[in-house]
Design a binder for this molecule. Structure first.
Ligand code: S2G
Ligand code: ZN
Length: 468
């Protein structure tokens, strides 16, 4: 037997000692299913899939991986878009699908214990059932898991008012790449006892260790949410509208999408155009309509924007159903264009630099992709834009991605010059690793590698991701 086969057999034997048959997959189609995420650029190639039931089992696995030199890939809802949960080189995939219990809930602390495999929507519903609210939301919340949300510091559509996942994590249980279990921050609001290691693990993309449990903060639910969709004639007007409304209202969302995005979504036939007026861009605003005075305020702000020429037309929801339908114009974009194998960029700059950024990138992509269809959408209130280039039917996937990466350097140059990020919320994973230097200095990367060495000295955790 070759030494490679002997080593593989040895690893499989070790896994069988830690996991019962029902929690261990070593063959069949499920290997590929669990060995990938939503990126379509890499081929999944895991050695095995394991389904831990508790933190101690994860610890046993990590210790064995250190002793027997095999590697591990954390896997949650597999909705990632940068290849962060891809297994491409015979790693052992660790799925948290069966660690999905919601535990202790404290109405006084407004916190709840979640195992890593709790589905985001499951947590949102739990909060609602207890007259509270978990405010981090995005299109994939019906299948993404809390552990993965924390590992990528997921953002989504409410960041402008409620912040990122990071802002709602009051405590973490992690298993480091060395196999140590750390209980971080214990749900405390205040804790001035040195480095907050919790925040190292948030956004670490599984490269420092496993997040196995979290103490999540909840809040009072927003009241009478209303949605306003506006037709906007040009990029620069978007930010003037944002500023005008935010000077007087605490928006819970400020999103945007292009006419192309709207055309794809409404062509599906599930939701209608917001109004007849054709517009190159659309802004979607959400706010708490807590009084008649607020409604008058919104109408006068709308009229002012129309007078200034920043808005062509608009519609405001009159009930929850209309609000939900207006949200679908934005939230259905990603799923609707998925069939066109889009090449995705997820970029951010500070809000003040959005007009310069948008016009600069738009010029580069229309020159670089004269024959490609570009779909813009995103969380423009946070300075975060999703630039999606749709694959033409007459171009194969490889040739298409190759052509798209040729323009990346020009796009990322603009991002770097404006001090922006080449990955605003989707993470680095495998896909954005070659471009990390556009957003992180060599000195920073040196410290990041040093931290990786401290927490995962044998490199068992998610090899090749983020830092490589
Ligand atoms: C969004 C979802 C993923 C994508 O819609 O805000 O983050 O398709 C995205 O870009
Ligand atoms: Zn997004």
């Amino acid at each position: 037997m070759s030494s490679h086969l002997a080593a593989t057999d040895n690893i499989l034997n070790i896994l069988a000692q830690i996991f019962p048959d029902k929690d261990l997959i070593t063959e069949g189609d499920e290997l590929s299913l669990y060995g990938k995420d939503w990126t379509r650029v890499y081929e999944p190639n895991p050695l095995a899939i394991v389904f831990p039931r508790n933190t101690e089992q994860v610890q046993s696995l990590v210790k064995a991986a250190n002793q027997q030199s095999f590697t591990l890939v954390p896997s949650g809802g597999r909705t990632g878009l940068s290849g962060g949960a891809m297994s491409t080189d015979q790693e052992v995939v660790v799925s948290f699908e069966r660690m999905n219990r919601i535990g202790d809930f404290s109405p006084v602390d407004r916190t709840v214990q979640c195992e890593a495999g709790v589905i985001t929507e499951q947590l949102q519903q739990f909060a609602e059932q207890n007259d509270l609210f978990y405010p981090v939301d995005f299109a994939s919340s019906g299948s993404s898991q809390i552990g993965g949300n924390i590992a990528t510091n997921a953002g989504g559509i409410k960041v402008i008012r409620y912040g990122l996942t990071r802002d709602w994590v009051a405590g973490l249980t992690v298993v480091t790449g060395k196999g140590d279990i750390l209980e971080l921050n214990n749900g405390l609001v205040k804790n001035a006892t040195g480095y907050d290691l919790r925040h190292l693990f948030i956004g670490s993309e599984g490269t420092l260790g496993f997040i196995t449990e979290a103490t999540i903060r909840l809040m009072r639910p927003p009241r009478h949410l209303a949605v306003l969709v506006l037709g906007v004639p040009e990029f620069d007007a978007l930010m003037k509208v944002s500023q005008t409304f935010q000077d007087q209202l605490d928006l819970t969302a400020f999103e945007f999408f292009s006419d192309k995005a709207l055309r794809y979504v409404t062509a599906k036939g599930d939701v209608a155009k917001p109004f007849e007026t054709e517009s190159p861009y659309y802004a979607l605003l959400e706010f708490e309509l807590i009084s008649e005075q607020t409604e008058e305020q919104v109408m006068s702000l709308f009229e002012r924007c129309v007078e200034e020429g920043w808005v062509l037309d608009g519609v405001m929801s009159q009930n929850e159903t209309q609000a939900a339908n207006l949200w679908r114009l934005r939230e259905d974009i990603s799923e609707t264009i998925a069939e066109f194998t889009p090449y995705k960029n997820d970029l951010s700059v500070t809000v003040s630099k959005v007009p310069e950024f948008l016009n600069g990138v738009n010029q580069v992509v229309t020159q670089g992709y004269p024959d490609f269809e570009i779909v813009w959408y995103g969380h423009i209130g946070d300075g975060n834009l999703h630039l999606n280039i749709l694959k033409p039917d007459n171009l194969g996937k490889e040739a298409f991605f190759e052509k798209c990466t040729q323009v990346n350097d020009a796009v990322f140059d603009i991002v770097a010059k404006l001090g922006g990020s080449i990955s605003a919320e989707h993470g680095v994973g495998l896909l954005k690793k070659p471009y990390l230097h556009y957003s992180r200095s060599n000195e920073e990367l040196g410290y990041m590698h040093a931290l990786k060495q401290v927490f995962d000295p044998n490199g068992v955790m998610n090899p090749g991701k983020l830092l490589g």
